[in-house]
Design a protein around this ligand. Structure first.
Ligand code: FAD
Ligand code: FES
Length: 351
C-alpha cells in the first residue's frame, strides 16, 4: 500500500519565488520533501544533532522524536518548534521558517546510483573514493551526500571534494572509524572498484559563496579537508588570484594526504598558502592544533571568511579562535562531522 501523503505549506523566509506547498508522505521528513521539490530549507547535519533545520509548526500534526535540549531548547519546543529533518507529517500542516538563507542554491535533493571507479589508500586509515554517477547531480562546493550502507537502509554523510562542474564523478575522502558500520565493516572491508553505491543529496549549508572575493581561511581536521578542497578549487576557478589560507590538522605525519595536490595549487596560485599541522608528533613543519596556528599567524581576521570542517571539538575550538581574532560571526561557516545519532522514540505533536 502506498504511504499516505499530506500537503505541507511553508511560510516565512523561503528564498525567491519557490513553491511554498509540497506533498510529503508519512514516512518522509519535512526537510526531504521540500528539498526534493527544489525548495531550500536551512539544514546541515540531517541527523537531528545541529538544530539548523528548526521550523515552527503553526498548524497540523507531525511525528517527531525527543530532541535533546542542547539541540532544541525547552522554550523552542514549547513555542512549537520542531526539526524539519526529524519530523514526519500525520496531517496537512503549515510550518514557518525564521531564518533566510538565500546564499544556498536550492539544488533538488535526489537519489542517484553510481559505480566506484577508484578506491585509493591515501593515508593511514584514509581512502579517496571516486564514484561515477549514472546521472549528474547538481550541488554547490562544500556540500555533502548521504551514502547508503548496502542492505541496512542506514545512511552516512560524506562531503564532495570535487567542484560542482565535475557533477558526474564525485570524489570523497573517508576515514576509518574502528567498529564503524559504514567505514570499518563496509568501505574498508568489502567495497571495491566496480561496486555499485547509492547516494542521496546534496545536503547542507556549508557552501562556497561564488559572489564574494573576500580572503578565505579554510581550516580542516582530518577528512574535513574534503569540502575545503572543493571550495578552494571553486574559488580559484572564479578568481585565480583569490587569497586562501588552508590549515590541515592531523595527529601524525602518516595521517596527511593530498600533499602533492596542495603543493601544485600553491605553486600555481601565489596567494594560496597550505599549512599542515601535527598535534601529536614532532617534525620539521608546524606542531600543535590548527587553532593555535591561526592565532599565531593572524593578528586580525576581520574581513576574512572562514570555512571550518572536521571533528566537532576541533570546529568548536576554531570558531572561538576566529571570534577572538574578530572574524564576523556571519562569516564563520562550519561543518561538524558528528557521529550518526541513534534515533529516539517518536511522539505525535499537534499545533
Ligand atoms: P558508526 O557506525 O556511525 O560509529 C561507530 C562508533 O564510533 C559509534 O560509537 C560512534 O559514536 C563512534 N564514532 C563515529 N564517528 C566517530 C569519530 N569521527 N570519532 C570517534 N568516534 C566516532 N567522514 C569522513 O571520513 N569524510 C567525510 O567527508 C565526512 N563528511 C561528513 C559530513 C557530515 C555533514 C557529517 C555529519 C559527517 C561526515 N563524516 C565524514 C562522518 C561520517 O558521516 C560517519 O559518521 C563516519 O564515517 C563514521 O561512520 P561509521 O558508520 O563507520 O561509524
Ligand atoms: Fe536537522 Fe541538523 S538537526 S539539519
Amino acid at each position: 500500500m502506498d504511504p499516505v501523503t499530506h500537503q505541507i505549506v511553508v511560510d516565512g523566509a523561503v528564498a525567491g519565488d519557490a513553491e511554498r506547498s509540497v506533498d510529503c508522505t508519512e514516512d518522509q521528513t519535512l526537510l526531504d520533501a521540500f528539498l526534493r521539490n527544489g525548495v531550500y530549507l536551512p539544514n546541515s547535519c540531517n541527523q537531528g544533532t545541529c538544530g539548523t533545520c528548526k521550523v515552527r509548526l503553526s498548524t497540523g500534526s507531525v511525528d517527531t522524536p525527543d530532541i535533546p535540549d542542547t539541540v532544541l531548547g525547552a522554550d523552542d519546543r514549547a513555542a512549537g518548534y520542531v526539526l524539519a529533518c526529524q519530523s514526519r507529517p500525520r496531517s496537512a500542516a503549515r510550518i514557518v521558517v525564521d531564518t533566510a538563507s538565500d546564499s544556498v542554491p536550492a539544488h533538488r535533493l535526489r537519489d542517484v546510483d553510481g559505480t566506484v571507479t577508484a578506491l585509493r589508500h591515501v593515508a593511514e586509515d584514509t581512502v579517496a573514493m571516486h564514484l561515477e554517477l549514472d546521472e549528474p547531480l547538481e550541488f554547490s562546493a562544500g556540500q555533502y551526500v548521504e551514502v547508503e550502507i548496502p542492505g541496512t537502509g542506514h545512511l552516512r554523510q560524506y562531503s564532495m571534494a570535487n567542484t560542482p562542474s565535475e557533477n558526474s564523478t564525485l570524489e570523497f575522502h573517508i576515514r576509518r572509524v574502528p567498529g564503524g558500520a559504514a567505514t570499518d565493516k563496509w568501505i574498508f572491508a568489502e567495497l571495491a572498484v566496480n561496486h555499485r553505491v547509492r547516494v542521496r543529496g546534496p545536503w547542507g549549508d556549508f557552501v562556497h559563496d561564488d559572489t564574494t572575493d573576500a580572503p578565505l581561511v579554510l581550516v580542516a581536521g582530518g577528512t574535513g579537508l574534503a569540502p575545503l578542497k572543493a571550495i578552494a578549487r571553486q574559488a580559484l576557478m572564479i578568481n585565480p588570484d583569490h587569497e586562501i589560507h588552508v590549515y590541515h590538522g592531523v595527529r601524525h605525519q602518516g595521517d596527511l594526504y593530498d600533499l602533492d595536490f596542495w603543493a601544485e595549487l600553491t605553486r600555481n596560485h601565489p596567494h594560496v598558502r597550505f599549512t599542515p599541522c601535527l598535534s601529536r608528533e614532532e617534525w620539521d613543519g608546524r606542531r600543535g592544533y590548527v587553532g593555535d596556528a591561526l592565532l599565531e599567524d593572524f593578528a586580525s581576521l576581520r574581513g576574512y571568511v572562514g570555512y571550518l570542517c572536521g571533528p566537532p571539538a576541533m570546529v568548536d575550538a576554531t570558531v572561538k579562535v576566529c571570534k577572538r581574532r574578530r572574524m564576523a560571526g556571519r562569516n564563520i561557516n562550519r561543518e561538524r562531522y558528528s557521529a550518526a545519532a541513534t534515533t529516539p522514540e517518536s511522539t505525535e505533536l499537534t499545533a
